[in-house]
Ligand binder design. Structure first.
Ligand SMILES: Nc1ncnc2c1ncn2[C@@H]1O[C@H](COP(=O)(O)OP(=O)(O)O)[C@@H](O)[C@H]1O
Ligand SMILES: [Mg+2]
Length: 262
């Protein structure tokens, strides 16, 4: 288990625009180290935009983003590059490269970021597959896998470099309820077993109840609640109350352009 300071990630006064359109309005939030925090809220409230800012895929208009105790907006490009392996991301479609075997897919980050010899990389690949409960499928092509297996294989790749913090954007989107439940169980297990800080963007209430240690609730670009799920369920804020009363029936989001870039 890793040792954790209290906050792995902290955003303060974060504002973010697309053109003239302000999506995030001075968001303040703290994400506890070693815990699973769910970022919830209705479609279009700015969840993915928050993620994009933290991952430096877009730059905030103002505010600070402190990751591992450092303000990432102050970091030079080469320092950001060094930070990359410590951060894992699984985007909604967790796209594997279709022309490579599962094993080769998981090797990609290891080959890019390390100088480990091939046999060591091979052993790491097998270990990561074991971790996501996909033993013995390294020789298969992504097209031979079910949706749930593909997501796990993509997760194995995300874990290849032993990230300290992992971001998931709508991990169970497009999965049937049984597969979604088993992915949730895996996320909880990995967080507990490896001590990884996990941040999950989701609008799925069933999923939130299964995985969340803590919640950040966004409403139209404002952080309106932070706390435990139990506290959220008693929160008097109207948008939070409605969310828990109705769940959310959001259509699956479009494939994000970020996936191609990460
Ligand atoms: N690339 C973009 N350009 C312009 N507007 C965008 C872009 N991405 C998202 N938006 C808008 O920003 C708002 C927040 O989007 P997003 O962060 O994707 O919400 P969520 O992930 O909570 O569904 C929405 O109104 C959305 O239409
Ligand atoms: Mg989104």
């Amino acid at each position: 288990m890793r040792e954790h300071s209290e906050a792995a990630l902290r955003v303060r006064g974060l504002r973010s625009h697309y053109g003239d359109f302000e999506v995030l309005h001075e968001v303040d939030a703290t994400f506890a180290g070693g815990k699973i925090t769910v970022v919830a809220g209705r479609s279009g409230c700015g969840k993915t935009t928050l993620l994009r800012n933290v991952l430096r895929l877009i730059n905030p208009t103002s505010g600070t983003i402190e990751l591992f105790g450092r303000d990432i907006s102050e970091l030079e490009e080469d320092e950001l590059v060094k930070l990359r392996p410590r951060i894992g991301v699984l985007f909604q479609n967790g796209a594997l490269l279709q022309s490579l075997t599962v094993g080769a897919n998981i090797s990609v980050p290891l080959e890019q970021h390390t100088r480990l010899p091939a046999d060591v990389i091979e052993r790491i690949v097998l270990r990561k597959l074991q971790l996501v409960e996909l033993n013995g499928i390294e020789h298969l092509m992504p097209s031979e896998l079910s949706g749930g297996m593909r997501k796990r294989a993509a997760l194995a790749r995300t874990l290849a470099l032993d990230p300290e913090i992992v971001f998931f954007d709508e991990p169970s989107a497009g999965l049937d309820p049984v597969t979604a439940a088993s992915l949730d169980r895996l996320i909880v297990e990995l967080s507990r077993k490896l001590g990884i800080t996990v941040i999950v963007v989701t609008h799925e209430l069933t999923s939130i109840r299964r995985i969340a240690d803590r919640m950040l609730f966004l409403d139209a670009g404002r952080a309106v609640f932070e706390g435990t799920v139990e506290e959220a369920e008693m929160c008097p804020v109207e948008s939070v109350r409605q969310f828990f009363a109705q769940g959310s029936s959001e259509p699956p989001a479009r494939r994000s352009p970020d996936e191609a870039r990460m």
